[in-house]
Design a protein around this ligand. Structure first.
Ligand code: C5P
Length: 222
């Protein structure tokens, strides 16, 4: 018997990379398979939640019973997320959002001009989806529990603690290295106001179920 710890709750999850177009053919993106976010969606659904996943370009199957909204850019992801969170109890930002996008998107393919010179691309910063949602009224009032992720190449504990405080969220999950993408397992470092807890390495679905349990016990009672 598995108790449905999230029944009656709505969960919104971002997953996968974003794609920031340069022209109709090309763009810049981040490494992310979307597997962790999709595993969390599955685990939250198993726990009885109403689940919406806002997904960048990924090729993983949608878990049964999960509503999926497909997006490309960070700005699309922010808009789709903001449309979902007003009714949500939990927001989990598992997406690998591109920090910058090209200032302009050419509506025609950028062609080589034969001179051997290369184009220069100017970038501008993308919105921070998690920080924006966490600053919103629903999160501030405690009605929306926000969870972030951190993938770091070094000093995970230090960066993860600082990131939780900077984004002003109750729970942050550090991905304990090595940095691998598309893997089927993960090791989580949980960071909350009490401190840090290192969990054992496990499959992504086992990690996701544990994360759902950790979130459920931190939620305000309804
Ligand atoms: O700031 P950094 O990218 O390291 O933070 C990672 C966390 O913030 C992840 O939860 C990620 O999904 C979220 N994030 C976001 N929007 C961004 C950048 C990161 O939601 N533009």
């Amino acid at each position: 018997f598995q108790p449905k710890v999230l029944s009656g709750r709505k969960v919104v999850i971002t997953a996968g990379p974003t794609f920031e177009a340069l022209d109709p053919i090309r763009g810049i993106t981040n490494h992310s398979s979307g597997k962790m976010g999709f595993a969390i969606a599955r685990a939250a659904r198993e726990a009885g939640a109403d689940v919406a996943i806002v997904a960048g370009p990924v090729s993983v199957p949608t878990p049964r019973g999960v509503r999926r909204v497909d997006v490309k850019s960070a700005r699309d992801m922010l808009a789709a997320t903001q449309a979902e969170v007003p009714q949500a109890d939990i927001f989990i930002a598992a997406a690998a959002v591109a920090d910058w996008r090209p200032v302009t998107e050419s509506d025609q393919k950028i062609k080589k001009d034969g001179s051997g010179s290369a184009p220069t691309v100017a970038f501008t910063e993308n919105p921070d989806i998690l920080a924006t949602v966490a600053k919103g009224e629903r999160a501030r009032s405690g009605a929306l529990f926000c969870v972030g992720f951190a993938a770091e190449s070094h000093d995970l504990v230090k960066h993860a603690k600082a990131k939780r405080e900077r984004k002003d969220i109750p729970l942050l999950v550090g991905n304990i290295g090595p940095l691998t993408f598309g893997q089927d397992d993960n090791q989580m470092l949980l960071v909350d106001a009490q401190g840090t807890t290192e969990l054992p390495r496990a499959s992504k679905i086992a990690c996701a179920r544990r994360l759902v349990a950790e979130i459920a016990r931190r939620l305000p009672r309804t």
